[in-house]
Design a protein around this ligand. Structure first.
Ligand SMILES: CC(C)(COP(=O)(O)OP(=O)(O)OC[C@H]1O[C@@H](n2cnc3c(N)ncnc32)[C@H](O)[C@@H]1OP(=O)(O)O)[C@@H](O)C(=O)NCCC(=O)NCCS
Length: 400
């Protein structure tokens, strides 16, 4: 029987979630469906139907994504799944076709996602756009090389206070950090600060601490404490969910605060930017055992619009010849201002590799060393790196 992909309706959400929930090891409930619908518009759901049964689904959040120099609409691809009974029959390919056509028609220049497995999305034009890190640091080895600015005070917030106080702090950092996306108040309440038992991973309730000075909030952290004892000594850990500071001093102070929580033996954190200041703050950086992992994958759905929206570290006259077999409307040669040209290109690459470089997560030289870009004019790699350079690594602090 053939499979047909249709745009979802509100009543299809449970069916469209079922395939991916199968891999989570549970059935979606009415409650899971209504949670999702608080932040997902039903017409962003695509469902793959076989007869009257849904066998696959893919959806997209409507995000505002920070890229170097601006903020653009971007599809946040989520809850992608095909039942194991229908795997490798092209169902995902049909879903991606429908979804990317839809994103293109809506005029969103970018799509991005967290991949469960790195092998899935390259064929659809997504490139790994950045890296993130995971740490585990013993309190006994967490000394900083110098003193931390300790002016200001820390305060634990109630959920209601946090819903009010944290968004503006986050927004200040998100608006200048490529890879971060804007959060609606619904997103804050039903995703970030929602604290059901199943999200705690064996640790305690979410704590919300802010750093304030003269009435101004300079940073915050969301964390959990996990109690533990072994042989009479503490094995307790701080699980850092998110730590944000609006200035370098505030961020250092927030981390010092987290690393100094008494009774804890260690601090664990995930989804940190790879250029985290802890490398330079800690006296013994290797003690944090920084493990590097994949972060988000980015797809330029409209290459011209994406290039137009981005700012450049330096003016360069470069022509990029872009190949895009899955979204052929993008095929062509582009200048950095997004205009197309028939002039000879300086660099030739696939759209997924432009996605890898777009937020500043990988340089063209790195792509070259992996055989992912062709330098047609000597010196073009260096010029492209000069233009694409950013002052910080992309960071997406949250899996969606
Ligand atoms: C990933 C998933 C959606 C793929 O669905 P699918 O319908 O089997 O994919 P398709 O049949 O359209 O595959 C298209 C191509 O991608 C390849 N592919 C698909 N999933 C892959 C995977 N997990 N690893 C490696 N290759 C994969 C297929 O081999 C096929 O390649 P081909 O065109 O060269 O033959 C499905 O396996 C799934 O639901 N996995 C578990 C949930 C999950 O990981 N979701 C993604 C969340 S980010």
């Amino acid at each position: 029987m053939s499979v047909e992909v249709r745009r979802g309706r509100r009543e299809d959400v449970l069916g469209a979630l079922r395939p991916v929930f199968h891999y989570f090891g549970r059935e979606p409930t009415e409650e899971s469906a209504s949670r999702v619908l608080r932040v997902l518009s039903p017409d962003r759901i695509h469902a793959a139907w076989e007869g009257d049964e849904i066998v696959g689904g893919a959806s997209a959040f409507e995000f505002q994504l920070t890229i170097p120099g601006s903020v653009v609409p971007a599809a946040g691809v989520t809850v992608v799944g095909v039942l194991p009974t229908h795997r490798r029959q092209g169902v995902l390919t049909q879903l991606m076709r429908a979804q990317l056509d839809d994103i293109h028609e809506r005029g969103e220049p970018l799509a991005f996602l967290w991949a469960s497995e790195g092998a899935i999305y390259g064929r659809f034009g997504y490139g790994l756009a950045g890296l993130s890190g995971e740490i585990e640091l013993l309190r006994a080895h967490s000394r900083f090389t110098g003193p931390v600015d300790t002016e200001g005070r820390f305060r634990l917030l109630s959920l209601e206070e946090a819903l009010d106080a944290l968004p503006p702090v986050y927004d200040r950092v998100a608006s200048e950090t490529p890879g971060m996306f804007g959060r609606t108040s619904e997103w804050w309440s039903s995703r970030v600060l929602d604290d059901p038992e199943w999200r705690r991973g064996g640790a305690g309730e979410m704590a919300r601490v802010v750093l304030e000075r003269e009435g101004e909030l300079l940073g915050y952290a969301l964390y959990r404490l996990q109690m533990g004892f072994s042989d009479g000594a503490s094995t307790a850990a701080v699980h850092v969910i998110e730590a944000i500071g609006v200035t370098p001093e505030a961020l250092s102070a927030i981390w010092r605060h987290l690393l100094d929580i008494d009774w804890m033996e260690r601090t664990k954190a995930w989804l940190l930017p790879v250029d985290h200041p802890l490398f330079l703050l800690l006296e013994e950086p290797s003690r944090m055992r920084f493990r590097v992992e994949e972060s988000v994958w980015l797809r330029l759905v409209d290459v011209a619009a994406a290039l137009r929206a981005r700012s450049w570290a330096q003016e360069e006259d470069i022509v990029l010849a872009v190949a895009d077999s899955f979204c052929p409307w993008n095929e062509g040669s582009y200048r950095l201002d997004g205009s197309t040209t028939t002039e000879a290109a300086d660099l030739r690459l696939d759209v997924r590799d432009l996605g890898a470089a777009f937020l500043g997560g990988f340089t063209f030289w790195e792509l070259r060393r992996a055989g992912r870009v062709e330098e047609l004019v000597p010196g073009a790699l260096q010029r492209a790196d000069g233009a694409f350079r950013t002052d910080r690594a992309p960071w997406c602090p949250e899996i969606f």
